[in-house]
Design a protein around this ligand. Structure first.
Ligand code: SF4
Ligand code: SF4
Length: 218
């Protein structure tokens, strides 16, 4: 999931200065899982903005992912009167969502209520850990299913760096050294020989944007 956090109340009010009639957007995907754009947060934001003199015309809660352009377009069409009346939209979802509403309704401004931060897992509610850096060429089959790129503080492909102590990264005592984890995992799988392969420099052009992808049938 895309992990994101809400901007501060002050930042949100600053962005919306000069705009009065606001429509909020959220979704039942990443935004809800990150507790930034679920129904609860849309209602909290409504109360907050109204306490601060704004008129919230309503919200659009996209079932599924707000990155689904067709779904957002359909919901916007279903709420065309509200969209027409709005001065601006506040998007309680990722940066992709803000750009989609910008494209779909170009004559109104869409403002991001969140900071999209990383791609991660959610071990517990309100807790997120970075697990993938979208490198464009997944090597998890060689590392026992553990990503060195997103989870090593230095992104080292041929680790470890030599700074780990008692299984922890030299960065701090809380962070596991991912290369220690990879070593333990490969040992368990009987695949320690994977570590003898020296990988060539990674082709980072695969992770440079703007990227696009069209799926083909498998
Ligand atoms: S190897 Fe690349 S694609 Fe695979 S999990 Fe790590 S960053 Fe993501
Ligand atoms: S101690 Fe381990 S996780 Fe930390 S930077 Fe070095 S190799 Fe990467």
């Amino acid at each position: 999931m895309i992990v994101m956090d809400l901007k501060t109340p002050e930042e949100i009010l600053d962005m919306l200065e000069g705009y009065n009639k606001i429509v909020l957007f959220g979704d039942s995907g990443c935004a809800q899982l990150c507790d930034v754009g679920g129904i609860l947060q849309l209602e909290d934001m409504t109360d907050f903005l109204e306490e601060n003199g704004k008129q919230v015309l309503g919200y659009i809660f996209v079932e599924g992912g707000i990155c689904d352009v067709n779904a957002v377009s359909r919901d916007i069409n279903e709420h065309s009167e509200m969209i027409e009346e709005a001065d601006a939209f506040l998007i309680q979802a990722c940066g992709v969502a803000t750009q989609i509403t910008t494209e779909l309704v170009p004559d109104k401004e869409s403002f991001p209520a969140t900071n999209s931060t990383f791609l991660g897992k959610m071990p517990e509610r309100f807790q997120h850990e970075e697990t993938c850096a979208l490198c464009g060429n997944c090597i998890l089959h060689l590392t026992g299913g553990i990503c060195p790129i997103a989870r090593c503080s230095k992104g080292i492909l041929n680790g470890p760096c030599g700074g780990s102590m008692d299984g922890k990264c030299e960065r701090d005592d809380e962070t596991d050294c991912v290369w220690q984890l990879i070593y333990e995992r490969l040992k368990k799988l009987g695949k320690l020989e994977n570590l003898k392969t020296i990988w060539e420099i990674k082709d980072w052009s695969l992770s440079q944007g703007p990227r696009s992808l069209t799926h083909e049938e498998f």
